[in-house]
Ligand binder design. Sequence first.
Ligand SMILES: [Zn+2]
Length: 292
Amino acid sequence: MATTSPPRLFLTVDVEEWFASKELVRVGDDSGLRAASDIAETTSHILDSFARAGFVGTFFLLLDIARRHPELVERMTREGHEVALHGETHEHLSRVGDADFAAMLGRSRGFFQDRFGVRLQGYRAPYFSIDEPKLARLKTAGFSYDSSVFPCLPIPGWYGSWRAPLTPYRIGRRLHEIEPQGAFMEFPLSVHPALRLPGLGGYYFRNLGLGWSLRVMKGCLTRLGYAMFYLHPWELSDRLPADAGLPFYMRRRAGAWARESLDRLLAAARAVPGLKNSTVFEHCRQMSAGKA
Ligand SMILES: [Zn+2]
């Protein structure tokens, strides 16, 4: 198992609204929900928390959010964060054709370049639903890395590449394969290093408790030298509707609890001796240059 030193923490945010997850919530016309959305406030809150803790993050954005809230993208780039891609829509990739996926990547790169002067380097699939044909498209579309492989025990119907490496690797044709000479990198999500159970992300953070997340984070940092945290802005919202068909695990502890726990988790990370933090692409670039 690859070990990097010093311990490195990557903070990632999948910038989407709760009602983008149509696989999990049943909403029809979402125009009213968009109008009432508090994503600008919740995303700004995350940016404020990162700034207070002295960390930078990588923000995987849906195109729709970047179009509606250019001020957020501008703030992210101004404050040294990385802007990366979460897709044009939040469709599960099993429902997206390979050619449509390639066209979406091209449109997205063009949009971020033209509108913000941002060259997209990283991608995360909605629902971590990356598959091998889509990975191949990503490699030829000008991206430098993917961050969609969840190397946990399989969660039936969802994800789980239990044979995949737990630390960044040069990903081959198959999701768990290392291609030693490859240039394209994978930055997997973090799981408990021995048990391969998820724990360092929004859903797990709120549903399994902060203690579990802290344990996974510290285990990953000390044993692997690598931890990848992820969160969604809506998890900090105290305005998630109770009557919109949101499953309990989406609403649970959203809002004040999640805000406070995020700050506690960042403070705990801050206390890890020798901790390094950068955007994902910055580390990808250093690894490619043989400097990390
Ligand atoms: Zn997502």
